[in-house]
Design a protein around this ligand. Structure first.
Ligand code: FAD
Ligand code: FES
Ligand code: FES
Length: 479
């Protein structure tokens, strides 16, 4: 039996017994008849269906943009869902006005999604910047008007809010007044949900962010029993214990990019993952999902493979509350997790609870490279990550991943063995690249031919070393 699903939609409290895998998009349009949210691709690609999801963090509500076409309603329990209708104020909001005045809307199909994304930018930031505001629209596509006028509207909105000098978003006309009461209402709702308890559920599909499952199997999931994998709310998503870093499997790409802790060890992490999908996808896509989906070109998997990460698996969704190694479950090295194409060292009832890796040291360097047909909003043709520790230019530890060149996300073990204890120089790198290529078995597909992918891997390995050892490795000597 399924409990009622309770959340706030705009200013209305919802309690529904609808199937938890119903997408928020369908619920908004077909049950609440809120048709401002549009259905375009239904695959997370166009942003026509973008809504805001607000979640309590202490007494504050943090809002994120998500694609409602990939968002199961069961995952918004206790949260605030804001559709375009939920942003209605008297007259037009400053963002809507800028869009009209700059001619950013023609047929209007994409406009609600753009307004939601741009409003979220002002909601989530205190200092406003032209290029960041434009970047916040990276998940929205306009097919009829083009993006120039929309970018102008973003710039105009930034100028408007920068001129307000500390005025609240309510008096500035961005948000309707009911938003001010949402934190209290969510706190009340949370205790109501807690006292309802949870009902027994059999599980056929376990859903993380749903960004793979809802593209691949939506109709199937809708007919099945489902369960949601989430951290229990009390746990830190990313923390250090001893000399290891632990990342909860339900952490999203955005969580990784916004982690002050990871930024300390990986100063370029924001650039790496800016190449992952769009902002609404990054706000939902979890590490656990990326690893278990087992796509050979999975980007987070590439990153964690090169850190020689360990997976900690537990038998079900009852994540222990206590942190620490003893409570983390069965350990498997990520590089040993993939047994064949989409075949994993994982029992059906197991879920990944945490991923851990040894902290990088002062002698270590990290590099991530991804090439896709389009720089942004595209999956990789080939991706690769490299971790290296050296002492007096001698390689003391190294781990390299290579995606898109085998049926599984590949860990280059022979290349590692070859490179260990060797001195980094321009002769070594092409030799290592030859061994790396011998470890691969790419296929020709829409992302490139066998020869192209092998060449790409070689070039990306060159790029790792040229970037990390600019004095020792020279481009002219490599080619
Ligand atoms: C528009 C779009 C763009 C994308 N761009 C990229 C990209 O650039 N790079 C990239 O790598 N991927 C990309 N993806 C793919 C997808 O977003 C990622 O693979 C994502 O990390 C999947 O995570 P999820 O939580 O959404 O997985 P879900 O869809 O929820 O789940 C996927 C699978 O993992 C299982 N699962 C989830 N969490 C766990 C867990 N903790 N333990 C055990 N099993 C679990 C589920 O049961 C399911 O089998 C894109 C997807 C879309 C729709
Ligand atoms: S309908 Fe295109 S992203 Fe949801
Ligand atoms: S205004 Fe028509 S698709 Fe953007």
């Amino acid at each position: 039996m399924q409990n009622k699903i309770s959340f706030i939609c705009n200013d209305l409290e919802i309690n529904t017994g609808i199937h938890p895998a119903t997408t928020v998009l369908d619920f908004l349009r077909k049950t609440l008849f809120l048709t401002g949210t549009k259905e375009g691709c239904r695959e997370g690609d166009c942003g026509a269906c973008t809504v805001l999801i607000g979640e309590l963090s202490g007494n504050e509500v943090i809002y994120k943009t998500v694609n409602s076409c990939l968002l199961p309603i069961g995952s918004v329990v206790g949260k605030h869902v804001v559709s375009i209708e939920g942003l209605n104020v008297d007259g037009l909001s400053p963002v809507q006005l800028a869009m009209v005045e700059e001619g950013g809307t023609q047929c209007g199909f994409c406009t609600p999604g753009f307004i939601i994304s741009l409003s979220a930018y002002f909601l989530n930031n205190k200092i406003y910047d032209h290029s960041e505001a434009i970047e916040s629209l990276d998940g929205n596509i306009c097919r009829c008007t083009g993006h120039t006028a929309i970018k102008r509207a973003a710039v105009r909105s930034v100028d408007y809010f920068n001129n307000l000098k500390g005025e609240s978003l309510f008096s500035a006309g961005l948000l309707p007044s009911y938003f001010s009461d949402i934190p209290n209402r969510l706190i009340g709702l949370k205790s109501k949900i807690a006292s309802n308890g949870d009902s027994e559920r059999t599980t056929q599909y376990r859903i993380g962010g749903g960004t793979d499952l809802f593209v691949q199997k939506w109709e199937d999931i809708y007919k099945s029993d489902v369960n949601f994998i989430s951290n229990n709310g009390n746990e830190e998503k990313i923390y250090i214990s001893g000399n290891e870093c632990f990342v909860n499997a339900s952490a999203t790409v955005s969580d990784l990019m916004n982690s002050e802790l990871l930024l300390k060890y990986f100063p370029d992490i924001k650039q790496y993952f800016a190449l992952f999908g769009s902002l609404p996808i990054r706000n939902r896509a979890t590490i656990g999902g990326n690893i278990v989906n087992a796509s050979p070109i999975a980007d987070m998997t590439s990153f964690f493979l090169a850190l020689n990460s360990k997976l900690h698996l537990i038998g079900d969704n009852s994540a222990p509350t206590q942190q620490g190694k003893d409570s983390l479950g069965r350990e498997v090295l990520l590089r040993k997790f993939y047994l064949g194409y989409k075949t994993l060292d994982k029992k059906p009832e197991e879920i990944i609870r945490t991923i851990s890796f040894k902290l990088t040291t002062t002698n270590s360097l990290f590099s991530y490279e991804k090439v896709s047909r389009r720089t942004y909003l595209d999956i990789a043709s080939v991706n690769t990550s490299l971790y290296i520790e050296s002492n007096n230019d001698i390689i003391k530890e190294i781990h390299i991943s290579a995606g898109g060149v085998a049926p599984i996300p590949l860990y280059l073990s022979k290349t590692r063995d070859f490179l260990l204890n060797k001195k980094v120089d321009s002769k070594l790198v092409p030799e290592a690249a030859k061994i790396a290529i011998s470890e691969t078995s790419p296929i020709t597909d829409a992302r490139g031919s066998v020869q192209y992918k092998k060449l790409l891997l070689r070039q990306l390995l060159f790029a790792h070393f040229l970037k990390l050892f600019p004095i020792l490795v020279n481009y002219e000597e490599l080619v």
